[in-house]
Write a protein that binds this ligand. Structure first.
Ligand SMILES: Cc1cc2nc3c(=O)[nH]c(=O)nc-3n(C[C@H](O)[C@H](O)[C@H](O)COP(=O)(O)OP(=O)(O)OC[C@H]3O[C@@H](n4cnc5c(N)ncnc54)[C@H](O)[C@@H]3O)c2cc1C
Length: 549
């Protein structure tokens, strides 16, 4: 919390600051400036850092910018701060006029000796009035964006998934505009992210964001016992067991830890959580557990290559850099499939979302929502969003939910009046200028199409592994899932290129020392518990592999 004083006479400026410091220095930072512009710069800096300003005292007669002009600008930055004009006797008239211009709280006549009688009672009263209004400091990261800006949504999602606390400001609301002005941003490029120490980033990329908000992005070593690629439940499980069992372990994640599970609003079938657990909570605990045991966790690092160099396995990143390890666990899971149709790609992030129901939920308060999909993920999202939305319409391609969704969820959905289910329905197009405005739905039985007004569409239509970068290195099936263990042996034949005298271990791929766990594995269970279990089991097999090296 700060008190600011500005006076162009250095001697007076120092004297005012000294008097203020004497009485308020313990609780407030006393900041003094010798020109209106310097004081405005200080105010902008404080604003970006999330500091509070209780009182601003400005001398009236200053060159370039007089006290009233300065207070007018200061009001734009800190409208809640109490404003005092310092005047000489001759300026009293001007000060009285200024009460109308800048809504002045007080004017003080110079000199004011003794301050105990003439200065402190005034400032005490102003601070008291200021404290009674709701001014809380905002020390965390601030994101100024527009709810219909795709990158603004992505940045919020990124911070939320990395468990980085932030406060959101809409760019078209007064406080958002004040922050943009303080950062010198025009608001055309959004979002603007402001760090706790007041640095502003315009439209930052994930990697820049990660490093500026304190997430690790670079490995500390160039050789590890184990590199785990992908930080969903399988990768987190592998990192916890690897690190806790003494392996030098690094976990590398393309975006944010948590994987698909991190996006699940409520996981009801994970062992030990009879009341369910949010995916974000579960995976955040796992991340902390991995870090506690000494695993390095790198985010925003996309792995794009895997090479075999003698006994070392080299993992290459998108920027060309690489790390080596004795062993690798592939835990890259699957990614959402994209819904095809005119307008859908263009409006992604602007009303059309893949999976990210949790971060957008507050924006949908009291609104009508459409969800595409008939599996558990779509059902969970419907239940979750129905708590705040006016209505949720589940659009299902098949004739019923029974074949694709768990029974417990079907029952939950049936019991919530705000949710309706439209079967045999496909989304074929989306329309909107800045944001989704309408959807074209097709009845797959009659072939009839219908245009419905819609602002929010969440898509959960299955997923595919993104493993093209492993092409020619490890054996994958026709859909790109990584084949492992006994599945590699066809008619008693070992995979081509396999030179060891033993068969691949259970989760071992066609490259010795490279394992796969979780959804990325061919024929895997596609469940959180299975992924965690496979992560743990892969570490056990890593030990077995290392013993024989
Ligand atoms: C909305 C939703 C709800 C669900 N609900 C349930 C439930 O209730 N119960 C249940 O059992 N299961 C549920 N599932 C399924 C469950 O979440 C998955 O089975 C599980 O997350 C798979 O874990 P994984 O670690 O194998 O892969 P993922 O969770 O997919 O994680 C893979 C990670 O690897 C990263 N990655 C991928 N490629 C690279 C690369 N090249 N470089 C670096 N990183 C990379 C990805 O960014 C991702 O973070 C749900 C899934 C979704 C989407």
């Amino acid at each position: 919390m700060a008190i600011i004083t500005v006076d162009d006479d250095p001697g007076v400026s120092r004297a005012v600051a000294r008097d203020l410091r004497r009485r308020y220095g313990e609780r407030y930072r006393i900041i003094r400036a010798e020109s209106g512009q310097a004081a405005l710069d200080a105010l902008n800096e404080l604003k970006l850092r999330g500091d509070l300003v209780a009182v601003i005292l400005a001398d009236y007669r200053m060159p370039q910018m007089n006290g009233i002009e300065f207070l007018e600008h200061a009001m734009d930055v800190y409208p809640g701060a109490r404003r005092v004009l310092l005047t000489a006797y001759a300026d009293t008239g001007a000060a009285i006029d200024a009460i109308n211009v800048v809504d002045l709280d007080h004017y003080l006549l110079k000199p004011w000796d003794p301050p105990e009688e003439k200065l402190y009672p005034v400032v005490d009263g102003l601070i008291e009035a200021w404290l009674t209004s709701d001014h809380r400091p905002v020390p965390e990261i601030k994101v100024v964006g527009h709810r219909w800006s795709a990158r603004s949504s992505e940045v919020r999602e990124f911070l939320a998934r990395n468990q980085v606390p932030y406060r959101w400001y809409a760019s078209d609301e007064p406080e958002g505009q004040r922050l943009l002005a303080a950062a010198g941003a025009d608001g055309l490029a959004l979002p603007v992210v402001i760090t706790p120490d007041g640095e502003a980033m315009v439209e930052p990329a994930d990697a820049e964001l990660a490093s500026r908000v304190g997430l690790a992005t670079t490995p500390s070593k160039d050789f590890y016992d184990l590199v785990v690629i992908g930080a969903g439940p399988a990768g987190l499980g592998a990192a916890v067991y690897g690190a806790s069992e003494g392996l030098r372990t690094v976990l590398v994640e393309r975006t944010a830890t948590g994987g698909q599970a991190g996006q699940s609003s409520r996981i009801e079938n994970y062992l030990g959580f009879p009341d369910g657990v949010s995916g974000a909570q579960l995976t955040d605990r796992a991340r902390r557990q991995a870090a506690k045991f000494g695993a390095e966790v790198l985010t925003t690092r996309d792995v794009t290559g895997l090479e075999v160099n003698g006994s070392a396995r080299t993992v290459r990143f998108a920027d060309g850099s690489a790390i080596d390890a004795h062993t690798v666990i592939l835990a890259t899971g699957v990614s959402y499939q994209q819904l095809a149709g005119p307008g859908l790609a263009e409006l992604t992030g602007r009303g059309v979302f893949y999976g990210s129901s949790l971060t957008e939920a507050s924006a949908c308060f009291g609104q009508d929502i459409f969800i595409v999909g008939g599996a558990n993920s779509a059902g969970q999202a419907a239940v979750y969003l129905a708590r705040s939305a006016r209505s949720v319409t589940l659009l299902v391609r098949g004739p019923s939910l029974e074949r694709s969704m768990s029974y417990y969820l079907i029952r939950q959905i049936a019991a919530i009046p705000a949710i309706s289910v439209r079967t045999c329905t496909e989304v074929v197009a989306a329309d909107g200028d800045d944001h989704l405005e309408s959807l074209t739905l097709r009845d797959s039985v009659t072939g009839r199409t219908e245009k419905v007004s819609a602002q929010w569409l969440f898509i959960f239509i299955g997923a595919a592994p993104l493993t093209d970068w492993l092409d020619g290195v490890v054996v994958r099936d026709a859909r790109g899932f990584v084949v492992a263990g006994p599945d590699l042996t066809v008619d008693g034949q070992r995979p081509s290129g396999w030179e060891l005298d033993r068969l691949p271990y259970h989760l071992e791929t066609s490259v010795p020392g490279v394992f796969v766990a979780g959804d990325a594995r061919a024929e895997s269970a596609k469940r959180v518990a299975a992924a965690v279990g496979e992560g743990a089991m892969a570490v056990m097999l890593v030990h077995r592999y290392l013993e024989r090296l």
